[in-house]
Structure formats: structure tokens, C-alpha cells
Design a protein around this ligand. Structure first.
Ligand code: FAD
Length: 385
């Protein structure tokens, strides 16, 4: 629910302040004194909408941060006290003062000085709320079409874990009763009772690496860095894990053209799901996976993908290693030449990209330079923000 309330309340707050601001500016610049009086005496009633909207934005934002104080979430949280203080200490008193002056028809210098201050404070809050919305959209860009879709939260159980590459583990979670998803979608994951915390917070987004036909939900991640990852690594089988979702539209649905997957490192997770799913459903689409890693030891699910490529004539695997001179396959980063040698005409397929932000940006640049349109590209940044 907070995931719906937060953007909705933020949008209502932004639109309310923008309406106050514009109606004030327009009435005072272009309209009659009667219109100014009407606007100024109506604005205080608008606080009945604005104040709850701001409280709901702040409260839901705090809840969603899950202890994170760094990055985009941290920046959003830092803005909230300024927005609240600006509203409580400047906007509300100024609006009440201006309403009483306007009602008395007292348009003196004090009125216009306070009006100027109110417009400035209003513009500041519009800018701060706008920045919050921009950061929020960056954080949930992968949710795109799911904005108003209420996804369920489930407490599930860790069934087991296994190392699938160097420092990389796959975690098998029991699939909650009634949980359905499309191959390529992701979930929010939190660990109830997480003991160690840091300013990176206690929520992560993970693509589901297993296919819908498989019995468990599998997530996979590199075990480096944060408190969250250390806690995940140390979880014994049987521990509870909270998931919310599924979200995301990096799926094979709605298209029949050949698909080319460009995966960087752990960006393989949604593609493993899609490749297993396509085989299980007997999809007649040509799928080509370009899978870039430092070395074969770092490439999660590599031997399983090699087997899948042998079994399914519609699926081709091109594994490339950037730091393994002994690797018998492709070497180096994914290039246009590599794509064209294995997948043919670059203008024909639909491209799916997943991996670290720098890799996703490089692949998007490559495709744009090769003339592939934005419409034919779907990308998921596995970013820490
Ligand atoms: C759609 C999607 C799918 C992903 N799938 C995978 C995957 O399969 N495997 C994988 O290893 N990584 C995946 N990621 C990235 C993952 O969420 C982590 O950002 C990444 O693993 C790095 O985490 P870290 O703990 O090492 O720390 P850092 O990179 O230092 O921190 C990550 C930062 O991102 C923040 N963050 C991540 N998710 C959210 C969220 N939902 N809301 C608010 N803040 C958030 C964290 O709180 C933290 O501050 C995915 C990301 C997205 C957006």
C-alpha cells in the first residue's frame, strides 16, 4: 500500500501547491481584485488537502526507505523536513495572513511583501517535491506499467542456497501459495529480523531467476558489500524472507520477433527465467543470449545455459569473457560486430539488456549508434542508487 500512497500523495501535494501558485500569480497579474480575494480566501481551504497529502508523502516515504539513508532515497528523505518546515512555518501562516488581508480589501505594501515571500516559498516546495518525484521515478523505473497495480506481500521461507559462480549465490525461496509471475519480473526482498544494518537500508530488488514452471522462486546475487547481503548470505535454511511483487515488464510478452538478450554479470537472472520459460512453453521465437563476464568462474548458470542451448535449437548462447585469455569463446565486451556475427541483421530483433548501470548505458549507446530504436530496446539497470 505505501508504494501506491507515496507517489499518489506526492503528486497531490505537488499539484495542490502548483495550483495555489498559479492561481495566485494569474489572479494578481491579470484578473480583478474580486478574483484575487476569491483566490486568497480559498487557498486556506486547500490546506485541508495539502497537509494530509504532505504527511502521507513523508510517512510513506519514511516507511519505504527501510532504514536506507544513502543515495537517492537518502536525498529524498533529506528534502522532506525542508518541505514540511517551509509549509508549516511560511506557507500556512502567509496564506492565512493574506486571506485575512484580502478579505478586508487591504492590499498594502505588507500584503505584497508577504505575497512575494509566499510565492518564493511555494516555488521552493514545488521544486523540492519535483526533485523527489524525479528520484522516485529513477528508483522504480523498472516498475513502469505497474504504478497503480497493488502487488501482494508474502512471507516465504528460504529453502536452500547454492554457489552458482564466484562470490555469487542462488537462493531458493518457497513459492507462496497463489504467487504467479511472468518470466523476467522482479520482487522487492526484505529479511525480517535482519540484525545488522547500514545506511544502504534493508530492501533490495531482485529479478526472479527461476521460470514460472519451476517449483521454487530463485534469486541470485553477488555476495559483496552491504549489511543486507551479509545477512542474506548468513541466513540458514528455513528462515523467513519477505517478498513483494511481482513487478516489472522486462518480459517476452507482446512480441513475436527474435529476441536478443545482452546480459552483464548478474544481469543474467531475468534472462535465465525467460530462456527456461520459453523452452517450457515451446515458444517458436529465436532467442540469442550475449553473456558478458570477467571469466567463466564469474558467470552464474553458465553450464546450465550451455545445456539449454544444446537442447533448444531456438536458443543460442554467446558467452564472452573480458579477462580470461584462455576462454575458447568470444573475448572482450559485447560489440556491434559480435552481435551481427551471431544474431544477423541488428535492425530485426528486439533487444533486452540487464546488468550494472554502466554496462546498460554502454549497450544502449551501442544500439542507438547502430540505429536500433528505443522502442526495440528494453533495459533493466541493476543499480544500487
Ligand atoms: C529490476 C531490478 C532487478 C534486479 N535484479 C537483481 C538480481 O537479480 N541480482 C542482483 O544481484 N541484483 C539485482 N538488482 C540490483 C539490486 O537491487 C542491488 O542494487 C544490487 O544487488 C546491489 O546491492 P548491494 O547490497 O550490493 O549494494 P549497493 O549497490 O551499495 O546498494 C544498493 C542500493 O540500492 C538500494 N535499493 C535497491 N533496491 C531498492 C528498492 N527496491 N528500493 C529502495 N532502494 C533500493 C539499496 O537500499 C541500496 O542503497 C536488481 C535491481 C533492479 C532495479
Amino acid at each position: 500500500m505505501p508504494r501506491i500512497i507515496h507517489p499518489l500523495a506526492g503528486m497531490i501535494a505537488l499539484l495542490t501547491i502548483a495550483t495555489f501558485w498559479l492561481s495566485t500569480a494569474i489572479s494578481e497579474l491579470f484578473l480583478s481584485e474580486a478574483a484575487v480575494v476569491a483566490v486568497k480566501t480559498t487557498i486556506p481551504w486547500g490546506f485541508l488537502l495539502l497537509v494530509p497529502a504532505l504527511a502521507a508523502t513523508g510517512g510513506s516515504g519514511f516507511f519505504l526507505s527501510h532504514g536506507q539513508r544513502a543515495g537517492l532515497v537518502g536525498a529524498k528523505l533529506k528534502r522532506m523536513p525542508f518541505i514540511a518546515a517551509n509549509g508549516l512555518l511560511i506557507l500556512i501562516p502567509a496564506a492565512l495572513f493574506l486571506a485575512s488581508k484580502a478579505r478586508a480589501g487591504d492590499f498594502d505594501t505588507t500584503f505584497y511583501v508577504v505575497q512575494g515571500i509566499e510565492l518564493l516559498a511555494g516555488a521552493t516546495n514545488i521544486a523540492l517535491l519535483g526533485l523527489g518525484m524525479r528520484d522516485g521515478m529513477k528508483l522504480t523505473r523498472w516498475k513502469r506499467g505497474n504504478f497503480l497495480r497493488l502487488a501482494a506481500s508474502h512471507t516465504t521461507t528460504l529453502a536452500g542456497k547454492e554457489e552458482v559462480a564466484r562470490d555469487t549465490f542462488a537462493f531458493r525461496l518457497q513459492k507462496p501459495e497463489g504467487f504467479t509471475f511472468r518470466a523476467g519480473q522482479a520482487v522487492y526482498v526484505t529479511l525480517p529480523g535482519q540484525k545488522e544494518t547500514d545506511n544502504k537500508g534493508s530492501i533490495r530488488t531482485f529479478s526472479i531467476a527461476s521460470a514460472p514452471q519451476e517449483p521454487d522462486l530463485v534469486i541470485a546475487t553477488r555476495m559483496i558489500g552491504t549489511a543486507f547481503k551479509r545477512c542474506l548470505a548468513g541466513l540458514p535454511a528455513g528462515s523467513p524472507v519477505d517478498i513483494e511483487g511481482p513487478y516489472g515488464d522486462l518480459t517476452l510478452d507482446g512480441d513475436t520477433r527474435p529476441a536478443v538478450f545482452l546480459a552483464g554479470g548478474i544481469g543474467i537472472t531475468p534472462f535465465r527465467s525467460m530462456i527456461v520459460d520459453a523452452a517450457a512453453r515451446g515458444l517458436s521465437r529465436d532467442l540469442t543470449l550475449f553473456y558478458s563476464n570477467r571469466s567463466a568462474d564469474d558467470a552464474a548458470f553458465l553450464s546450465e545455459l550451455e545445456q539449454l542451448a544444446q537442447q533448444n535449437p531456438r536458443f543460442r548462447l554467446v558467452a564472452t569473457m573480458t579477462e580470461a585469455p584462455d576462454w575458447q569463446g568470444e573475448q572482450g565486451f559485447i560489440t556491434r560486430d559480435m552481435i551481427e556475427r551471431h544474431a544477423g541483421d541488428i535492425a530485426r530483433p528486439i533487444f533486452y539488456i540487464a546488468g550494472p548501470p554502466a554496462m546498460v548505458a554502454a549497450m544502449e549507446r551501442l544500439l542507438r549508434e547502430a540505429g536500433v530504436s528505443v522502442e526495440n530496446t528494453r533495459a533493466e539497470e541493476f543499480g544500487g542508487y
